[in-house]
Write a protein that binds this ligand. Structure first.
Ligand code: FES
Ligand code: MG
Length: 585
């Protein structure tokens, strides 16, 4: 029997004074001394739901089922709030808050009498923030996803979160719909509790948490209102108590092979472009060496198997009914790619978990031999404007390919005129300016949108062409930037360019009118200028002076790294396994 860390608070025979002080206040809402000194594991429920965080709000109700599971497993539940992170509600960016929620969770898990924790995940950054915290502290931890909303519908068509917004803003610009209809479509895409129902960042990251082995099998895809979601909450509560007895900690689950499995699953899902930075951040806090090179090596060659928006047609309900993450992993295992040996929070190896799994709908989850698209993983590019940028190849449309990537003399490459915007405000102010003379031979650039620049890094690289071009049928231009884009966007942008312009990255040197070339086969993006010209521009570059609106923005900007390295706080990754190495003060 493992000695419980909570006993150091509630039952330390060598220190009756402190035991008395710790005990008495936790009795004041009805817990008994017998419970707290019973030697039963005390399980935290890291609650990310609130009225400010609607994507995760459903967890407030699910926590009751988690508590029932914990009690039936022989544990004692203690629910506590996490810093809210609502992707669609937080200014200037929700990304700014991921590391703040992480820091806060580390402090709670380290400093309070908890033997294990249930991580309630959902909206985009809540999943990485909580996994990063659990990795740093390394007490037994299990993910409970909140699940996607039900599928949205509008006028007989599926209306997927985010994806329908990007489509509708184009239709608004083209004059096909008005403001009122735009708002009706937006509301139709959010028909119930839960997080985004597309394969955006939320569903992608919850799927990757499952692929890592950090949730029970099948947890990620169950739509939030389904009865299975409440049952999964109960099973998760039950399981965490046993994990404490088994001392099954995050660092035993989140190994390098487990991360490679997650990357493979990301390719098969057509996962969000936010997954590389988040997964790299989780790995760094787990002390696992993971980089964009791993994404290129392990992820890029893999095919797209899952037919979900934005890369495909369906939404979360169909994905769940087709078998969800286990069905996708089974395809990859049968193809001889997935690592079968990693042990997840279920206590079983992936191979054991996947043995009975079958795909239930082949239109939604394709077989490895008949995929939706071959070589569909993230492409990692380099060049004289940045050291790394990422492109989601699974969303390259036929039209985009025909216009920009099918010149027989120069296949997979394109040369165009750069149009440079200094952040999203500048983009909105000038995109329709006739003086820019934007045509289909232009490449739109946006800078000042990385972790330091915006701060947090803004989801703005999927820039819409000028209204005039849209009316002529040009619905997408090549876009490149040091910010991110929504995981629900089908734009084949080159994004997350690192280092960002604000810290002197090459994008800072670019000017409107420059000729630029991207070559997907060579995996390069370059401005076609001589080295001397670039050096002269660099010498004339003025340093970026951030205007911080809050104290956290200042601290964040002073210590955050680049998206290529997961945008972690530089000092935080040196703290590892703190529940075991640091000891109690
Ligand atoms: Fe929260 Fe998409 S906005 S999950
Ligand atoms: Mg987003």
């Amino acid at each position: 029997m493992v000695k419980l860390r909570s006993q150091a608070w509630f039952d330390d025979p060598d220190d009756p004074d402190m035991t008395a002080l710790y005990l008495e206040r936790y009795l004041n809402f009805g817990l008994t001394r017998a419970e707290l000194q019973s030697g039963r594991p005390i399980i935290g429920i890291a609650q990310t739901g609130s009225d400010l965080a609607p994507c995760n709000r459903h967890h407030l109700a699910l926590a009751e089922r988690v508590k029932a599971g914990i009690r039936d497993g022989g544990g004692i539940p203690l629910e506590f709030p996490c810093h809210p992170i609502q992707e669609t509600g937080k200014r200037p960016t929700a990304a700014l808050d991921r590391n703040l929620a992480y820091l806060s969770l580390v402090e709670v898990l380290y400093g309070y009498p908890l033997d294990g924790v249930v991580l309630t995940t959902g909206c985009d950054k809540t999943t990485p923030a909580l996994l990063m915290g659990a990795a740093t502290v390394n007490i037994p931890a299990i993910v409970l996803s909140g699940g996607p909303m039900l599928d949205g519908h509008y006028k007989g068509r599926l209306a997927g979160s985010g994806t329908i917004i990007w489509e509708s803003r184009r239709r608004l610009a083209a004059g096909e719909i008005d403001y009122e209809e735009f708002m009706r479509i937006a509301a139709a895409s959010a028909p119930s509790v839960g997080h985004c129902n597309t394969m955006g960042t939320a569903l992608s990251m919850n799927c990757l948490a499952e692929a890592l082995g950090m949730s029970l099998p099948n947890c990620a895809s169950i739509p939030a209102p389904y009865r299975e979601r409440g049952q999964m909450a109960y099973d998760t509560g039950l399981r965490i108590v046993h994990m404490v007895h088994e001392d099954l900690t995050p660092l035993k689950v989140m190994t390098k092979p487990a991360f490679e499995n997650a990357i493979m699953v990301a390719s098969a899902l057509g996962a969000s472009t936010n997954c590389p930075p988040h997964l790299i951040a989780i790995a760094r806090h787990a002390g696992v060496d993971l980089s964009l090179d791993d994404w290129q090596r392990v992820g890029h060659p893999l095919p797209l198997l899952v037919n979900c928006q934005p890369a495909g047609a369906y939404l979360g309900e169909a994905f769940h009914r087709a078998g969800g993450v286990p069905a996708v992993m089974r395809e990859l295992l049968d193809a001889g790619l997935l690592h079968g040996e990693p042990v997840g929070v279920s206590g079983r190896s992936m191979a054991e978990v996947l043995a009975p799994i079958e795909v239930a709908d082949r239109d939604v989850i394709r077989s490895f031999d008949a995929p939706l698209m071959p070589e569909a993983g993230m492409l990692v590019l380099r060049g004289n404007l940045f050291d790394t940028g990422v492109m989601k190849t699974s969303v390259i449309s036929k039209e985009f390919h025909a216009r920009y990537l099918s010149n027989p003399e120069d296949p997979d490459a394109f040369e165009g005129r750069a149009i440079v915007f200094e952040g999203p405000e500048d983009y909105h102010a000038r995109i329709n300016d006739p003086a820019l003379a934007i045509d289909e031979y232009c490449v739109l650039f946006i800078r000042g949108c990385g972790p330091v620049g915006y701060p947090g890094s803004a989801e703005v690289v999927n820039m819409q062409p000028p209204d005039e071009l849209i009316r002529r049928g040009v619905t997408a231009l090549p876009c490149i930037g040091d910010g991110r884009q929504s995981g629900t966007s089908a734009s084949p942008s080159i994004l997350n360019a690192s280092p960002e312009a604000a810290v002197g990255g090459g994008l800072a040197l670019l000017r409107t009118g420059d000729r630029v070339r991207f070559d997907l086969r060579q995996r390069r993006v370059d401005v076609l200028l001589p080295e001397e010209e670039l050096a002269a521009r660099r010498a004339a570059l003025k340093p970026f002076v951030p205007k911080n609106q809050t104290p956290w923005q200042q601290l964040y900007r002073e210590r955050v790294g680049q998206l290529s390295d997961g945008a972690c706080l530089d000092f935080s990754t040196s703290y590892q396994d703190v529940a075991h190495t640091a000891g109690l003060p």
